[in-house]
Design a protein around this ligand. Structure first.
Ligand SMILES: [Fe+2]
Ligand SMILES: [Fe+2]
Length: 139
């Protein structure tokens, strides 16, 4: 499988660092996992392989989303923005769960195609909506 990457040292562009250590650490860890998946060759893998991949993501994402939502509530961010952000978190989890269910129905799937979808969802979120958090970080 892919080489092991150190999540602590995984590079985040300066513009992508929120300035909230625990959230930045979790983002690095999730990005490191995505990077590992990116290194996986576009080979046919079994549905068990996809299941393992999803399990690893699911072991990190819900905890990260909970931590992020707790932080937002204590930051002074307007409740409407928090609610909209939380809806997106829920949608990502639901979409991943749906994708996992669909993948498990097949005997083999192209890992590259699934990884591409997952990467787009998560990167779009971390590099998009999450950057809104920076506005509420107190210096
Ligand atoms: Fe996040
Ligand atoms: Fe988020």
């Amino acid at each position: 499988m892919a080489r092991n990457l150190d999540s602590k040292s995984f590079p985040l562009d300066a513009s992508q660092i929120l300035g909230v250590p625990i959230l930045d650490r979790q983002h690095r860890s999730i990005l490191a996992l995505l990077k590992q998946l990116e290194c996986t060759p576009e080979a046919l893998i079994t549905s068990e392989g996809i299941n393992e991949l999803m399990t690893r993501l699911m072991s990190q994402l819900p905890e990260h989303f909970d931590t992020e939502e707790e932080w937002m509530k204590s930051s002074g961010m307007p409740s409407q923005l928090i609610a909209e952000h939380s809806v997106e978190h829920t949608r990502v989890i639901e979409d991943l769960t749906h994708l996992q269910t669909e993948a498990m129905k097949k005997n083999t799937v192209k890992v590259g195609a699934v990884v591409k979808i997952i990467r787009e969802w998560i990167l779009h979120h971390i590099y998009g909506l999450d950057l809104e958090i920076k506005k509420y970080v107190k210096p």
